[in-house]
Design a protein around this ligand. Sequence first.
Ligand SMILES: Nc1ncnc2c1ncn2[C@@H]1O[C@H](COP(=O)(O)OP(=O)(O)OP(=O)(O)O)[C@@H](O)[C@H]1O
Ligand SMILES: [Mg+2]
Length: 347
Amino acid sequence: MNKTVADPLLGAVLEERYRVRGMIARGGMATVYHALDERLERTVAVKVIHPAYATDPSFVERFGREARSIARLSHPNVVAVYDQGSHNGLAFLVMEYVPGRTLRQLLTERGKLAPEEAIGVLGPLLSALAAAHRVGMVHRDVKPENVLLSTDGTVKVADFGLARIAESSRATSTKGVMFGTVAYVAPEIVTVGTADPRADVYAAGIVLFEMLTGQPPYRGETPVSVAYQHVHAEMPAPSERTKGVPYALDDLVLHATRREPGARPPERRRRDAGRAPGRGQRPRDDGRAAGHRAAGAPLGDAHRGGAAGQPGLQPAGRHQRPRKSERHRICRGRCVRARARPRAVQL
Ligand SMILES: Nc1ncnc2c1ncn2[C@@H]1O[C@H](COP(=O)(O)OP(=O)(O)OP(=O)(O)O)[C@@H](O)[C@H]1O
Ligand SMILES: [Mg+2]
């Protein structure tokens, strides 16, 4: 006997407008479908919250409020939110449909990305975050699953603000929604439980680390052990795990993931970071492990080659100073950039 229970949402028309055509994927909090908006005759993605959340009476209300604020966010690198509603008590969100795949899927297939490709994803990711931060919104769940890579080469960030409602939901208070995302969690979220834009910067730094090395920096038997490392461990430089990572990208990761939120790059610096050079910069070639950059050293030092002492004189674990000719090229970031444009990932 076939025990498969058909998904009652398949074929359903939500609020007399969105005809659910097929399932895209199930996430921890919701299932995402592609659907036809019969009024505008276009394909949309519909995210329907799992029934576990329907038991929380305030959830649908908070979900609607959050959806309205996300809908105000209009940016080419943010997945647009068109509408929200509820169907048989299940809250749903109607979004722009992004054909393609997630950064997670790409990393699963490819392992890691070339530095130019990583920058090609990082730039739009930072732009999307900056647009949200400017209107006072924090993503809170920046991770490769929420970075969508469209078949036309556009990078789009999904799920702004949704983690906040999930975390505050009774349905997650016992299960802990953070479990799925702990690899990217900023130390202050672990210790104090608060998240401001700088927590997104931290998570973006971890995503960059993972793009460059194929693994997040911390792994452990339990989510708690991973969270502990975010708070207490020293962030490794990507080049310690993967040969050929330009030291500017090491700096970027280490700066974005500083334990102290105030030490992470401010928005102005992050804008430059999205255009950080990839090829054209000499990868670290001394074979030594790189440690944290000097406390308080600004991100701009990565471009100036300033986070280091003289070759041979610097303490172990510090960055090697580039050669003079190299410094020239880095210092004049423009000429390096001209040769090292961020490259769109090939799907
Ligand atoms: N707007 C969209 N267009 C196309 N596919 C999408 C869209 N939004 C989400 N998806 C797909 O649906 C999947 C599930 O998304 P969902 O946000 O529910 O879970 P997740 O981000 O993978 O993990 P989590 O449950 O922790 O949020 C995504 O991984 C992606 O493949
Ligand atoms: Mg998601």
